[in-house]
Design a binder for this molecule. Structure first.
Ligand SMILES: *Cc1c(COP(=O)(O)O)cnc(C)c1O
Length: 227
């Protein structure tokens, strides 16, 4: 049986290889371990092997695991859909939120961020493949929203997150990331240093197009079982 430790090692080497292959700075891509539906024991196992950043999609499940793992120095990222009446626990219990998709949500997160905590790191989720069923803003909305969110005092707008429609072909996987990277570059804002691009199936393509955070679940923790 392959252990989480072995898988982690394998993913880390895949990331290093991809960085090298496209002349990226070694260590420029952060591995976010996506632990949704997986038990706290799995998070603890990855932690023991040096993993510190974990991503969760479901608020109640995340809060429970945070309690169970209170002794661990974990950086928690929220990457799931946001309900506007659930922003307070997000603002209180997370270091990053990748899935902000409206000014209303951003304002609430800023207002509700506790004063003793540093500004909340956020990414705007962009619906880059324009799928009607997916959350996220359009590319056209990006410039104005960035400008408005940059003014909110308790948020730090770090960049963008995307979940493109799945593709098998490497070149096709690259296209949506390339388009979004270029759109952000055009804004010319140096603070936007984060591209939350890439999952188990398209990590290499995402890194080739500038990813700085890959969000990996299946390759690390195995298939998810939604019971
Ligand atoms: C579940 C999920 C992931 C992880 O996907 P895998 O294909 O299992 O690596 C990444 N990002 C988001 C937003 C997710 O919901």
């Amino acid at each position: 049986m392959t252990t989480i430790t072995e898988r982690l090692k394998h993913i880390r080497s895949q990331i290093s290889d991809a960085e090298l292959a496209c002349n990226r700075q070694p260590g420029s891509v952060l591995l976010l371990a996506v632990s949704k539906t997986k038990p706290s024991e799995d998070i603890a196992a990855a932690y023991q092997s040096g993993q510190r950043h974990f991503g969760e999609n479901y608020l109640q499940e995340a809060l429970r695991k945070q309690q169970e793992l209170g002794a661990y120095a974990i950086t928690w990222h929220f990457i799931g859909p946001i309900q506007s009446n659930k922003t307070r626990p997000l603002a209180t219990h997370f270091d990053w939120v990748h899935s902000v998709d409206s000014l209303k949500i951003a304002k609430r997160l800023s207002e509700q961020r506790p004063a003793h905590l540093p500004p909340l790191n956020i990414c705007l989720q962009v619906n880059i493949s324009n799928e009607p069923s997916k959350s996220g803003i359009t590319l056209a909305e990006l410039p104005q929203l960035c400008e408005q969110i940059a003014k909110l005092p308790n948020l730090k707008l770090r960049g963008v997150m995307a979940i493109p429609a799945p593709q098998d072909d490497f070149e096709q996987q690259r296209q949506p990331y390339k388009a979004l990277y270029q759109a952000v570059a055009k804004l010319g804002q140096a603070e936007l240093d984060t591209f939350s691009f890439g999952m188990t199936g398209d990590l290499k393509a995402a890194i080739a197009e500038g990813s700085t955070i890959v969000r990996i679940g299946t390759a690390l923790f195995g298939e998810r079982n939604y019971g």
